[in-house]
Design a protein around this ligand. Structure first.
Ligand SMILES: Cc1cc2nc3c(=O)[nH]c(=O)nc-3n(C[C@H](O)[C@H](O)[C@H](O)COP(=O)(O)O)c2cc1C
Length: 342
């Protein structure tokens, strides 16, 4: 067996900044996944040395309150909360996080609304935002964010148009010295983690790789679909008509994704024939996926629900405890750094 002591020391050194920022042993964020990232998975990730993040999604303030309390009951290690910026009760959700003394709030789903950054900071938490472009990253830095996530289109869930490798090359040299930057999207092995750390990232964020953790409450069918799938099965949803905007989501292809194209054609035809107004047509498209992730994750309907998954799904081959997933990733990263130093 190769002696990876040198690589492990280098890995610890490269992760130090991210660890100090998160208060974790490994600078690995468990990316918040609606319905999946609840008390069990979040606590397990933090307990195993990573940094778990609760996905608030569409939860009410009361539900978030209960979820944070239940997560705290399972772990004394730090974890974060992911809030979606367009949630109608964002202010109340921020207040819930403050009441619980949550140390890190991740804001997802677009630029933070006015006053939200300040409110989070006043509550004593650090703010982490997603930066889709360099210009927006600089704007967010000026507004006082504490850290950024850059996420490429290989990721599962809602995605932007640019790949992780390009975002990392474009953005890390410009911003990684200013504040901690976490790289997300398409990371399935430790070699990639080592690479992004060497490029200046403070750490990484992984979602897909944690879905099949033993501690994840995702339905057995959801996990089975992940284990069977290869990278090319995780496809981005396509917009058919320029009048009907679709925010791309990467998920495993199934009946629902095929029917979505048909639905768009049907609505577009209704528009052409003036049978529906534009706002109604756009709402019909927006509502198509409502409840679809829950249907797949919780009910196990992986044909008619949305099986959000990133391209790294091909590297998910079995159900295993979070601690084993993290140990494998860290071993691979240390081995890669050992080889590079040789
Ligand atoms: C099933 C699923 C649900 C997700 N839900 C959310 C969410 O609610 N909020 C969010 O900010 N990101 C969400 N994401 C993105 C993850 O937090 C993470 O950034 C992404 O999975 C990283 O890329 P990877 O899947 O290639 O590891 C989701 C991803 C998946 C696979």
């Amino acid at each position: 067996m190769t002696d990876t002591t040198a690589g492990s020391a280098r890995l610890s050194a490269l992760m130090q900044r991210g660890n100090d920022f998160l208060g974790s042993r490994f600078a690995v964020l468990g990316g918040a996944m609606s319905w999946v990232s609840e008390r069990h998975l979040v606590a397990a990730i933090s307990e195993a040395g990573g940094f778990g993040v609760i996905a608030c999604g569409a939860m009410t303030p009361e539900l978030l309150d209960a979820e944070i309390a239940a997560t705290k009951a399972r772990t004394g290690t730090p974890f974060g909360v992911n809030l979606i910026t367009m949630h109608p009760q964002l202010t109340e959700l921020i207040a819930v996080c403050a009441r619980h003394g949550v140390g890190h709030v991740v804001l997802a789903g677009g630029l933070p609304p006015k006053g939200s950054l300040e409110a989070i900071k006043q509550g004593g938490a650090k703010v982490i935002c997603f930066a889709p472009t360099l210009a927006l990253a600089k704007k967010l830095i000026r507004s006082g964010v504490d850290a950024l996530v850059i996420e490429g289109m290989e990721a599962g869930g809602h995605i932007g148009p640019v790949s992780t490798s390009v975002l990392a090359q474009e953005m890390l040299p410009e911003i990684a010295t200013v504040l901690p930057v976490f790289v997300a999207g398409g990371i399935g092995r430790g070699e990639a983690i080592a690479g992004y750390l060497e490029m200046g990232a403070a750490g990484v964020q992984l979602g897909t790789r944690f879905v099949c953790a033993t501690e994840s409450i995702a339905h057995a069918n959801f996990k089975k679909a992940f284990i069977r799938a290869s990278a090319r099965d995780a496809v981005a949803s396509v917009q058919i008509d320029p009048r009907l905007p679709v925010i791309p989501v990467r998920a495993l292809k199934n009946s629902a994704s095929e029917l979505f194209a048909a639905k768009q054609r049907e609505v577009a035809q209704s528009l052409d024939e003036s049978r529906v107004a534009m706002t109604e047509a756009q709402l019909q498209i927006e509502h198509y996926w409502a409840g679809a992730l829950r249907r797949a994750v919780i009910d196990g309907d992986v044909e008619h629900g949305s099986v959000m998954a990133g391209q790294s799904v091909g590297m998910v081959t079995k159900e295993e405890p979070v601690a084993d997933i993290l140990a494998t990733l860290m071993d691979e990263a240390a081995a890669a750094l050992t080889r590079r130093a040789a």
